[in-house]
Structures are given as structure tokens and as C-alpha cells.
Ligand binder design. Structure first.
Ligand code: 4NP
Length: 155
């Protein structure tokens, strides 16, 4: 099983969007039996809540399933994931802070995989309100991520 975890701050906007988009891509390639995909937030304010309406709306507009997404907080146990994918620089540094000596190095930012992107951090739509921009960036990042994992695992 290949374990992939997307991480943002609140786990209600960006990382659940990435989880849903990535799962859709995995399903599209018939690889769902090989993957466990999840998301978490470094902050605990929204634990137990469904995603933000803006995230649910944009997933719906793109025919991507957004059900069953519930916010949870990132924890040291999450070091079991093979790929820990941060939405921005501060998420990445918070992740490393939580994992400390358990940190095994496979933490990176989603947009580090997108050569064409001028941004390295996925902007936070909780503050910008721009869910379309975030969707487009995450969509590109998830395509690159799936290619990378397929190569690394010879899928
Ligand atoms: P996210 O956005 O990290 O993309 O889920 C946020 C959601 C909530 C908060 C911050 C960012 N908040 O401060 O409550």
C-alpha cells in the first residue's frame, strides 16, 4: 500500500481538496487498491468538520466526489505515511516540528513538483476566497505527484 497524506493548516480548504482530486486521479487510472490517501491539518480548530463550502462547491463543479471528508489534526503517528505533502512552507515546517526525530525526509510542498508554477505555496482560500486558483494549482500538483509516485513504484 502506498500511503499519501496531504496537509494544510485547517484541513477544511486545501488539503481535503487535494485528497479528493488525488483520489479521483488514482481511481481514473484503476490504482485505488494500491493507495491509501488522507488529509490532515496542523491546526485543530476544525476537527470533525466537513470541508469549507468553497471546496465542496468547486469539487462538485468538477464532478469530483467530496463526501466522507472530515477534518482531523496532524499527529506524530502520521510518520507512517510514505508521502507527506504540504500545501505551503509553514505547513512543511510545522510538520517537521511535530515529527522531530521521527521525521524521515519525505515531506515536500505540492507545488515543488510543478515546474511551470511561479508559486511554491498554495495560497490559502480561507483568506483569499479564490477557490478556483487553488483548484487549478492543486490539480496540476496532483497530476505531477501521481506521475512521480508511479515512476518510483513502477506502476
Ligand atoms: P486550509 O485553510 O488550511 O486550507 O484548510 C484554513 C482554514 C481555516 C483556518 C485557516 C486556514 N483557520 O484559521 O481557521
Amino acid at each position: 500500500m502506498i500511503n499519501v497524506l496531504f496537509v494544510c493548516l485547517g484541513n477544511i480548504c486545501r488539503s481535503p481538496m487535494a485528497e479528493a482530486i488525488f483520489k479521483e486521479k488514482v481511481r481514473g487510472e484503476g490504482l485505488e487498491a494500491k493507495f491509501l490517501v488522507d488529509s490532515a491539518g496542523t491546526g485543530g480548530w476544525h476537527v470533525g468538520k466537513p470541508p469549507h463550502e468553497g471546496t465542496l462547491d468547486i469539487l462538485r463543479e468538477n464532478n469530483i466526489k467530496g463526501d466522507g471528508l472530515t477534518a482531523r489534526q496532524f499527529s506524530p503517528d502520521d510518520n507512517r505515511f510514505d508521502y507527506i505533502v504540504a500545501m505551503d512552507r509553514s505547513n512543511a515546517s510545522d510538520i517537521k516540528e511535530v515529527l522531530r526525530e521521527e521525521f524521515h525526509g519525505n515531506v515536500f510542498r505540492l507545488l515543488d513538483l510543478v515546474d511551470e508554477s511561479t508559486l511554491s505555496d498554495v495560497p490559502d482560500p480561507y483568506y483569499t476566497g479564490n477557490f478556483q486558483e487553488v483548484y487549478d494549482l492543486i490539480e496540476q500538483g496532483c497530476s505531477q505527484l501521481l506521475s512521480k509516485i508511479k515512476k518510483e513504484h513502477r506502476l
